[in-house]
Design a protein around this ligand. Structure first.
Ligand code: DC
Length: 220
């Protein structure tokens, strides 16, 4: 039985989903659920086990042994992998790329979707990902498909890395984004797509505050 108010935000990598979802959660007093972080924790597990990203059979078998759960500390989502807080290891390109492969494996998806549905059933949540409006929470109260052009997303990622003092090649970032989009949108299981009842928001020419306002309006 669903008792929580559910907001689903889907869209491609780098569209600003997590930034926006976090702000909306704070504004509404809801819990923010970052499902990408769960797929990344699974990817980290597989990388640590030195699994080949192309070996879907081994991924399907191994993923059953990963104990992934989430908890909240000072309002921040903490992902636990076999009891260890792995938040600090999730945002690398290596983990992101592995996640893009391993998240296409049905056994990985069903395991994590179950965890996500349990959370949303009992809490008011803003959940972001790729299949939230289509598969995880088809009955969500508000559904948003948040996107931005590949060039805009590459520029944002580039600036983010620059700020951290990390060297980055903007053309390579844009190509990685295009490749990841393609994999996310063309995989056989739960591909990224806009749910029929989702509202499309293109953030290319909007500020963060403008996007937050637009979504808060939808909730009202
Ligand atoms: O949003 P992100 O970059 O943290 O997601 C990491 C990977 O996980 C990305 O390749 C897409 C995948 N993912 C997914 O398949 N389904 C979700 N609900 C969330 C993320």
């Amino acid at each position: 039985m669903k008792t929580g108010y559910n907001i689903a935000i889907d869209g491609p990598a780098g569209a600003g989903k997590s930034t926006i979802a976090k702000k909306i959660a704070t504004k509404m007093g809801y819990i923010y659920v970052d499902t990408g972080a769960m797929y990344r924790a699974m990817a980290l597990y597989l990388l640590r086990k030195r699994i080949n990203p192309a070996d879907t059979e081994q991924i399907a078998g191994m993923c059953q042994n990963a104990d992934i759960s989430i908890e909240y500390k000072d309002g921040e989502q903490v992902v636990l992998l076999d009891g260890e807080n792995v938040n600090a290891y999730l945002r690398t390109e290596e983990v992101g790329n592995m996640a893009s492969y391993s998240s296409a494996v049905p056994a990985v998806r069903s395991k994590l979707v179950e965890l996500q549905q349990k959370l949303a059933a009992k809490e008011d949540v803003v959940m972001d990902g790729r299949d939230i409006g289509t598969v995880v929470l088809p009955d969500a109260d508000v559904k948003v498909y948040l996107t931005a052009s590949a060039a805009t997303r590459a520029r944002r990622r580039f600036l983010e890395l620059q700020e951290k003092g990390e060297a980055a090649d903007i053309e390579k970032i844009e190509q990685d984004i295009i490749d990841r989009d393609y994999r996310d949108m063309h995989r056989e299981h739960s591909p990224l797509r806009q749910a029929e009842d989702a509202v499309l928001v293109d953030s290319s020419d909007l500020t963060i505050e403008e996007v937050v306002e637009r979504i808060a309006d939808l909730c009202r």
